[in-house]
Ligand binder design. Structure first.
Ligand code: SF4
Length: 75
């Protein structure tokens, strides 16, 4: 059986609420009352839209880590 990889998502305080991640991964990120984006779910399965959002964030504020090993996921 193929192991299932899960990612842990975090948005750092560097977020400037550009909205790019909300546009690219609307199911994964939401804008909070604090004016910053936040992950809808802290842990998600691997998905391309999250990688696209992280790579497109102008502040590199989206961190993706392997939920088990805590190793950073490169995008
Ligand atoms: S793309 Fe980056 S800066 Fe823009 S809202 Fe998302 S986390 Fe914040």
């Amino acid at each position: 059986m193929t192991p299932v990889t899960s990612w842990r998502l975090e948005v750092t305080p560097d977020c400037i609420a550009s909205g790019v991640c909300l546009a690219l991964a609307a199911d994964e990120f939401v804008l909070g009352d604090d004016g910053r984006a936040h992950p809808v779910r802290e842990v998600v399965g691997e998905r391309e839209t999250v990688l696209d959002a992280a790579a497109s964030c102008p502040m590199e504020a989206i961190l993706i880590r392997d939920a088990v090993t805590n190793e950073p996921v490169e995008w």
